[in-house]
Write a protein that binds this ligand. Structure first.
Ligand code: PXG
Length: 458
């Protein structure tokens, strides 16, 4: 019989039977998997007794922090009352209705209808299908192409992978027809001699050029994350989104804001669209909607599309067993209560500033640190082989992984994207916890630097 206190047993069983997402299994099995057993506040506990500061809020989602009794109670109460019923066939449930109405209030004006699913990928899939169905319904069935961006991430379904700009995903059956991609507004890497403001306009106009080259009559929608999270926390210059708004409006292209990471306070505003002034026709959201406690996602649909879907399309042949799941919706409502009553959105703005000020104090002069950027409680520290020229390291990703591994050794979870280190801690993080994060990260950067220097010397 398995001894549940022995972490090696869980590791062996995991290797024997469990396929993980985005994982090279050979290398996982040789190193051994970390077994996370519990969590409280901003700290994770693993089966070997390590207490680790979670600088990533799980996967950018545990906005309200771990161990929130109110969320547990909301789930238990709803499971006791009505654990499941579907929202097909002229049926609804109270938490789903209440959440749809609450989201209509919270999102920018005009986004008044919610379609529910379980994951960000399903929300993206739903929005893309809605976009195409919208154009079919209004008599423009050729408008099918979805334009996304390089380094964009929109999930792991085939449509989501095709909309995203991750070339490795495209290679592995994620390259459906009728998708196109444009340059991301990644000033640090691509800005060259341009000012941030100039580069924002330049990157937006790549979209306009693409629309012109494939023909606006063939384009259904542009999808973009307000800031690109999984792509490395690429934060667009202020000039970018207003220009994208204009381009989509003038060429009659639907605009989909993928708020899966940015939504629910991450940027210091309720939504990334509020922060950047995006005027979306649809918004996809997941993760922070329940702080990750249970799966839930939504597409918020604006008046233009909703009106056509409701009054023109007839039946939209799309939906999921768990659309509007009452337990997920009840947890989301309790989570939104926490976010609003504890002022977590404003807190993200203030604590984000504090975190960046401390990171800059500790690291701005470090020879390997190229840029420290962020808004709210999301950001990145770019590592570079040459601070002055922003030269990347020879083997992209190698130094990032070294740094990530030192972080974990030092009791801190950060993600490496190429050679940038990204952070997105729970929005409840306190100042002493920020100090700890900065202290552990600074130590890890120091160790990484020594290691890289030693490698170069060899
Ligand atoms: N859109 C965006 C903007 C996302 O960030 C999805 C859609 C898909 O959501 P689901 O719930 O289907 O995973 C995401 C998810 C990472 C990482 O390591 C990022 C995500 C998921 C897993 C890992 O950065 N983002």
């Amino acid at each position: 019989m398995l001894n549940i206190n022995d972490s090696m047993d869980w590791q062996a069983l995991d290797s024997a039977h469990h396929l993980h997402p985005f994982t090279d299994h050979k290398s996982l099995h040789s190193g051994g998997v970390r077994v996370v057993t519990s969590a409280q506040g901003v700290f994770l506990q693993d089966s070997q007794g390590h207490k680790i500061l979670d600088g990533m809020a799980g996967l950018w989602c545990v906005n309200a922090g771990y161990g929130r009794a109110d969320l547990v109670r909301a789930a238990a109460d709803q499971m006791t009352k009505l654990p499941y019923y579907n929202t097909f066939f002229k049926t609804t449930n109270q938490p789903a209705v209440a959440l749809a109405a609450r989201l209509a209030e919270l999102t920018p004006a005009g986004l008044d209808h919610a379609f529910f699913a379980c994951s960000g990928s399903e929300a993206v899939d739903t929005a893309l299908r809605m976009a195409r169905v919208y154009w079919q319904t209004v008599g423009k069935p050729d408008k099918k192409i979805i334009i996304g961006r390089e380094y964009g991430y929109h999930g792991s379904t085939t449509l989501g992978a095709s909309a995203g700009g991750m070339v490795d995903m495209h290679r592995q059956a994620g390259d459906m027809p009728n998708f196109a991609h444009v340059t991301p507004p990644y000033w640090y890497a691509y800005g060259g001699q341009m000012s941030q403001a100039e580069f924002g306009l330049y990157a937006a106009r790549q979209l306009e050029d693409k629309i012109k080259s494939v023909g606006a009559d063939n384009v259904a929608a542009f999808i973009g994350e307000p800031l690109q999270g999984a792509g490395g926390v690429i934060i667009p210059p202020d000039t970018y989104w207003p220009e994208v708004n204009r381009i989509c409006r003038e060429h009659d292209i639907l605009l989909i804001a993928d708020e899966v990471i940015c939504g629910f306070g991450r940027t210091g505003k309720m939504f990334g669209s509020d922060y950047f002034g995006i005027k979306p026709d649809m918004m996809t959201m997941a993760k922070g909607i329940t702080s990750g406690y249970v799966p839930l996602s939504a597409v918020m649909v604006g008046g233009r599309v909703a009106e056509v879907l409701i009054n023109g399309t007839g039946e939209f042949y799309h939906g999921f067993t768990y659309s509007g799941h009452p337990v997920s919706c009840a947890v989301a409502l309790a989570n939104l209560d926490i976010i609003t009553s504890e002022g977590l959105v404003a807190r993200a703005e203030v604590m984000g500033e504090t975190l960046r000020a401390k990171l800059r104090d500790a690291l701005a002069g470090h020879p390997m640190v190229g840029e420290i950027r962020g808004i709210g409680l999301i950001g990145a520290i770019e590592l570079t082989a040459d601070k002055r020229t922003r030269k990347p390291f020879e083997k992209v990703g190698h130094v990032g992984v070294i740094c990530r591994d030192y972080c974990i050794e030092n009791g801190l979870i950060m993600r490496a994207v190429r050679d940038g280190m990204v952070y997105a801690p729970p929005l409840i993080i306190s100042e002493p916890e920020i100090d700890l994060l900065v202290e552990r990260f600074t130590k890890s950067i120091g160790q990484t630097y020594e290691r890289v220097r030693a490698e170069v010397a060899v």
